[in-house]
Write a protein that binds this ligand. Structure first.
Ligand SMILES: Cc1cc2nc3c(=O)[nH]c(=O)nc-3n(C[C@H](O)[C@H](O)[C@H](O)COP(=O)(O)O)c2cc1C
Length: 251
């Protein structure tokens, strides 16, 4: 497989950066090719705005991002950084997004990567999405660290519900057609000042997280994706059909 790891962390020597390093080593040992896309070191600009579009009619008094993305995609004039990211995605069998949970979501640089790179008219449209999405046949997964301990993420716990926090990202990846693998979540990764544990216990915890990650990566290519509803499950208004197998799963 060809694996792309998209890293969204401002410090390359962070634990998140370390998870990238062990993933690269393990995946290459297993015979895969790996590319790392470090958004901060590339200074990826996450802000979708008119300045990215060289051919935008500057006299126009309304900037409509969807139209700009579609038109520039069709004319082959997308911003260079977006074009580069799209070329990277063409090569992949699996994309891993590595990031810390910040305010119950991905860091802004990664949110902006979705805003700018998943181009309307090129990578999705009303007819090309979900199980008819552009990237179908390719896999994606999230590798996330969170500061709060795992127990605090239990239902109605202090840290909230991890499945809910990750749902918008999973849903977006599925929207553009990816098979989404279950996330790899490392809890209790306290970064800088906040400490729930003494130092030695913390270091043991970090090492254990790396080992779990490495052993999961050994067979990552054969994992089954998270089940999502698809076009056959919805009626013309997008409502889940009574006959959908997913309805029985949720019941
Ligand atoms: C801006 C910011 C927001 C954060 N929000 C959360 C949060 O919502 N939930 C949580 O459990 N941890 C939160 N944290 C803690 C980080 O998830 C934690 O520091 C990180 O996973 C540690 O990984 P690192 O050592 O690679 O930075 C936040 C940290 C920062 C800097």
């Amino acid at each position: 497989m060809h694996v792309l790891i998209v890293l969204a962390h401002p410090e390359r020597n962070s634990f998140n950066g370390g998870l990238v390093d062990v993933a690269v080593t393990q995946l290459m040992e297993a015979g895969h090719s790996v590319e790392v896309n470090d958004l901060y070191s590339d200074q990826f600009d996450p802000v979708e705005c008119v300045q990215h579009y060289s051919h935008h009619d500057v006299d126009a008094d309304y900037f409509y991002p969807l139209n700009q993305q579609r038109d520039h995609y069709q004319q082959g004039t997308l911003p260079q950084d977006v074009q580069r990211e799209l070329e990277r995605l063409e090569r992949v069998d699996l994309v891993i997004f590595q990031f810390p949970l910040w305010w119950h979501a991905q860091p802004a640089i990664l949110k902006g990567w979705f805003d700018r790179v998943l181009v309307y008219g090129g990578r999705y449209s009303s007819r090309m999405r979900y199980d008819r999405g552009y990237f179908r046949g390719k896999m994606a997964m999230l590798s996330v660290t969170a500061g709060s301990p795992e127990k605090a993420f239990q239902p109605f716990g202090r840290a909230g519900n991890m499945a809910q926090w990750l749902w918008p990202i999973h849903s977006s990846l599925y929207y553009v057609g990816f098979d989404v693998l279950a996330p790899q979540v490392n809890y209790g990764i306290q970064g800088g000042g906040i400490r729930y544990q003494e130092e030695a216990a913390m270091l043991r915890h970090l090492e254990a997280c790396k080992e779990t990650w490495v052993s999961r990566l050994m067979s990552i290519g054969s994992e089954q994706p998270i089940p999502f509803t698809g076009w056959n499950d919805w009626d013309s208004e997008g409502v889940l059909r009574q006959t959908s197998p997913m309805r029985w799963r949720l019941a």
